[in-house]
Structure formats: structure tokens, C-alpha cells
Design a protein around this ligand. Sequence first.
Ligand SMILES: Cc1ncc(COP(=O)(O)O)c(C=O)c1O
Length: 351
Amino acid sequence: MPEIDINSLIRQNIRNLKPYRSARDDFEKGLLLDANENSLGSPVRNPLDLHRYPTPAQNTLRKKIAKWRHVDYENIFLGVGSDEPIDLLMRIFCEPGRDSIMVTPPTYGMYKVAASINNIEVKEVLLTESFQLRPKEILDAADQSTKILYLCSPNNPTANSMKLTDMVKLVVSFPGIVVVDEAYIDFAKQESMVPLVQQYPNLVVLQTFSKSFGLAGIRLGIAISNPEIIRVMLQVKAPYNINKLTADVAMKAFENMALAKFNIEKILEERDYVAEQLLQAPQVEMVYPSDANFLLFKIKDALQVYHKLAENGVIVRYRGNEPHCENCLRVTIGMPDENIRFLKTLKLIIG
Ligand SMILES: Cc1ncc(COP(=O)(O)O)c(C=O)c1O
């Protein structure tokens, strides 16, 4: 394993950064006349003192999440969705116009979008036809400029998990930061990479409240990594990135974990039912194995089917333009009646 000096991977301007500090970093109670808030309050009745800024570090929520994931709160960064840390990591480690990231298509599109916004080159090493990683090719394609490797497991849009041994091999051998996006991990049979952040300083695991918690609307994402990386992320983020409403709902979610777990089980049951039903249609050539809350399937004339589904008010994603995904559609598992409506509409269209 090459010795990784995380500090030397960080952009010079970030290493030199004097982070913004608000008085709330030091004081949360007292006569609060420090932040130019409207002390008379808002016209919206609320129990959360919304006329006050939220706490910058969100330590209470970080501690709650840390306990749930069996890490220390210093391993936890909270972002506005996981889309925020995807972008933030590029801004910390990649010099615009000079450095690159690596992605493994077909995969989640935001890695490339965030790289474009930040003027960072994107190197691509395709997954195999069975949607697995090619560690040797990835390592061969990386050069000195390649600061971050984005892996996604379970992967969107292919739905499968990457082999744990391949991901560990890459974390061990890749000479930069390895981000493993685990947005769908709570639906997966495969284990999370989170325990490995204690061992590998270059590993960052991303998770989110948008999927298994069913809280896409509150925009809360999590990055789990070693305290050195988390500290820099906290310095670079906007001072009050997690708002009070989001934090409040997230804390309440922990009071009803049994329901979250029940819903996950229900989605998995429904997913297997939808897969089984899809396979009965002769036009469906393949339903790919899923470790997530959606299915990727190959169907004759997929683009036409996609448009006809939309005309009937059933919206899925056409993924046929992605590598190895010719004629593929991606469907999210819905409520039982929604799944039945999807299947019925599809059968009506394909005859
Ligand atoms: C793999 C993957 N990562 C991240 C996200 C975005 O998650 P968030 O809602 O936390 O920004 C998605 C959303 O679809 C996703 O599929």
C-alpha cells in the first residue's frame, strides 16, 4: 500500500484557508446580538426559533448519526444531500483546470456534472458488461493528476453492488481519495465500507437520508471518513449548511427506526415481486440483479416504451444511452398499488 499523506493531496489554497468563524462556533446561549438576526421573530409560528441561525457544527445530529453507524462524531460530515460532499471533495482536492477525477460508467451522473462545474477533467473506466469494477484498468488509467476515484455501490443505474474485494483493493492501491457512494446501502445484502474508514485514511463513504429513510425532501447527506478529511470539509462548507428544519426532522426519524426498517423490508419484497412480473413479459430480455430500491431492465424498443409509459402518466428513466445499457429502463419501486399500475400499464403498451 502506498503511504498516503492526505494533507499533501489537499489544494494549496485550501491548506492555507482561514475558515469563516461565527460567534456561534463559540457561544450558543446568552443575549444573542452577534449575528444580525431579527430578534423579534418571524411571521411564521414555529417551535424551532427559526429567527436564529442553526448551529454551525450540528454536533448533536452528528453524534446521533455516528452512534447509529458505529463511528465517532468526528468521522461524520453532514451535507445538503450527498450531492454537497460530492462537490465539496472536488473543491478540496482538485485544482481546477489541472487535476482530474475518475468515474466508472455507467454510474451516477452528478460526479461528472460536479467535475464540469469545477473545471475538473473526468477520466472514465467502464464497468464490465456484468457491471463490475476493473481494478487493474482503473489503476493503470490514473495518473498524478487523478485526485479522486468515485465508486458507487450499490450502483445507480445498474442496481448491483460492486465486489467488496475490488473496492478494498482500490482503496489500498489508488494513490488518491476513494469515495464510495453508498446512497442505497440500507437496501443491500452486501456490507457497508464504513468500518474501513478507521483503517484507510483515503476512504470517504457517502450515505444519505434520501433513500432508506425516505427523507429526500429534507436534503441531508452524510460523508464518513477519517477526522482529518472531515475537519477540512467542515472548514470549506457554507457556515450554516444544515438548516434547523432538516436537523429537527432527522432527529425525529431516529425515534421511529422500526418503521424505517419495516419500509425497507416492504420495498425489498415489492422489488422482488416487480422483477418476477417483469420477467414474465417476453419483451423483457433481462432484469438485472438489484441491491437497491430500483430495478434496471432490458426491454425491446425501450425508448418507445419509455415515451408510451410517460404518455400514460408513468414516469421511469430511460438509461439506454449509458454504456452496456442498450434498451434499458430504470424503475423505482413504489407503493404496492403504484407497482401494480406500472406493471399493468407496461403490459398494456407491449401487448
Ligand atoms: C448514487 C447516488 N448518490 C447520491 C444521490 C443523491 O443523493 P442526495 O439526495 O443525498 O443528494 C443519488 C440520488 O439519486 C444517487 O443515486
